[in-house]
Design a protein around this ligand. Sequence first.
Ligand code: HXC
Length: 258
Amino acid sequence: MAYDNIIVEIEEHICTVRLNRPDALNALNLELLRELGKALGEAQKNDKVRCIIIAGSEKAFAAGADIKMMSEKSFTDVFLGDLFTPEEAAVMRIRKPIIAAVSGYALGGGCELAMMCDFIIASDTAKFGQPEVNLGVMAGMGGTQRLTRLVGRAKSMDMNLTGRFMDAEEAERAGLVSRVVPCKELMKEATGAAKKIAEKSMISVMAIKEAVHRADQMPLTEAVLFERRLFHSMFATEDQKEGMAAFVEKREPQFRDK
Ligand code: HXC
């Protein structure tokens, strides 16, 4: 399918979605977000796709929601139009794993989009921030919520209240990103991680994603029980038999998503 604001490539079970508004540092307008939602929905339906990567350019993952698109809007426009709610939901309902490959600016809605992904691999040039406070507004797609859960209240308050940027090294220390690699290595690293995931049973992979997302949504005892019941349910799968037999027989498993 042809898109105007993103580039989608599917290769070796990996769907890579590149945000592509270079003149606006990939600022997220509604057209781009709707295309992204559509592409992710297609990737979810496509049996060939086993892992998704969202990336931007070397200079910017995304420099935020499109300020020019929002500047003239009224309260009524954004409240009645429910700005960004369906667009966020379209990302959050994807059950396959999504890796954010972040280079350069991931600001405002850009940082929030990266945090909607399952984990973030950053280049050493990455800069994360919630600078909405400088525009007389505040984060609106999870910047006060997901960021707080990921890095804790102190750093989240600092970033949201001062609008300062966090570099890649600090972001890794704070737990916002899982790995930092040299800029030139970013896509190789993200693709390598995606390929590793693609080799696993999709049953395990999708159940793990569901379980980890419960970690910040449920009390611990309930969440651990949810995890254990999923674990138990895997003993009904052929992939569990294959995975454990392969270990015992000292060979690589051949998972069939059954
Ligand atoms: C619209 C943007 C943009 C944005 C950059 N551009 N960010 N356009 N919305 N968020 C455009 C610029 O207007 C400019 O276009 C071009 O991209 C290049 O940007 P420059 O500013 O010239 O680049 P540079 O000097 O390198 O500075 C990079 C930057 C700066 C530090 C990232 O662009 C910046 O501060 N951008 C805004 C960051 C921000 O406030 N993000 C939060 C947005 S609000 P022209 O045509 O002028 O050359 C938000 C709300 C989310 O995200 C809540 C709900 C989702």
